[in-house]
Ligand binder design. Structure first.
Ligand code: AMP
Length: 286
């Protein structure tokens, strides 16, 4: 496994693999890896000839008051984990390589970027789309793997790929949870033991939603109200949003009939956590 930090080195490796006709799988990450990330890596290994993982804490997707500076980083640990998975290459660029002085170009996916997390994190998805498009241009993957943990991100990136005719297939993969149900996230390290316990309220509210829906509840408003009530009873939790939306265009839905996404963001102490469940023709996934 190689670690490369420059565009030229990366391009050289990618060209060699392309000439050999090997299918490239790509997993973009911000590092501080956990089983959620590794599930994407394993799927890439299963489906592709070579697997590239990027580790880049992208400053453009953090707001000025957000946690860019303190976001957890541990390259040595990440390197060992990826080596064990048999990853072929880690792309680990410094910020100046991705955004040299005078950088000016951005990608926006209108409307979708302003919903759910976009409301409380203005500019976040513009930063995500910009870095992902740059990484796609550099790595030129056949397939790129993303977790449903970040459902809005999946939906927005799929739209970007469609709208810009990018020759890459976005492959969304299941959300991976800790043994007690908490969605794995690099940000979970911010939680104190009390907050860690309080954070279970996100998953509990989704369990409640699932139970209501399986019992026949079709009124999105009622499901949402019950979730809010449950979360409000947790003193360490502050709701950012709880929304029931269409799984493709993220517009609010009133009746739970077709495909839907129930997404929430809750602040526990000072840590903002997200979680979701998806209703598809295949059933409920969370
Ligand atoms: P991040 O490092 O947080 O930018 O995440 C990199 C990729 O890992 C994204 O596609 C995330 O959706 C995915 N990911 C993060 N946490 C999880 C999880 N708990 N389950 C599945 N995928 C995840």
């Amino acid at each position: 496994m190689e670690i490369v930090s420059s565009v030229n080195e990366l391009r050289e490796k990618i060209m060699t693999w392309k000439k050999q006709g090997r299918k490239t799988g790509f997993v973009p990450t911000m590092g501080y890896l956990h089983e959620g990330h590794l599930s994407l890596v394993r799927e890439s290994k299963r489906r592709s000839g070579v697997t590239v993982v990027s580790i880049f804490v992208n400053p453009k997707q953090f707001g000025p008051a957000e946690d860019y500076k303190v976001y957890p980083r541990d390259l040595e640990r990440d390197r060992a984990l990826l080596q064990r998975e048999g990853v072929d290459l880690i792309f680990y660029p410094p910020v100046e390589v991705m955004y040299p002085e005078g950088y000016k170009t951005y990608v926006e996916v209108e409307d979708l970027q302003d919903r759910l997390c976009g409301k409380s994190r203005p500019g976040h998805f513009r930063g995500v789309c910009t870095v992902v498009l740059k990484l796609f241009n550099l790595v030129q993957p056949d397939e790129a793997y993303f977790g449903w943990k970040d459902a809005q991100q999946v939906i927005i990136l799929r739209k970007m790929v469609e709208d810009l005719n990018l020759p890459v297939k976005i492959v969304p993969l299941p959300l991976v949870r800790d043994h007690d149900g908490l969605a794995l996230s690099s940000r979970n390290t911010y939680l104190s033991p009390d907050e860690r316990r309080a954070a279970l309220v996100l998953k509990k509210s989704l369990d409640l939603a699932e139970r209501l829906i399986l019992d026949g509840e079709k009124d999105a408003h009622k499901v949402r109200e019950k979730m809010i009530e449950l979360i409000a009873a947790e003193p360490l939790a502050r709701i950012d949003y709880v929304e029931v939306v269409n799984l493709n265009n993220l517009e609010p839905v009133e009746k739970l009939e077709g495909e839907a996404l129930i997404a929430l963001a809750v602040i526990i102490g000072r840590t903002r956590l997200i979680d979701n469940l998806r209703i598809t023709s295949g059933g409920i996934e969370k």
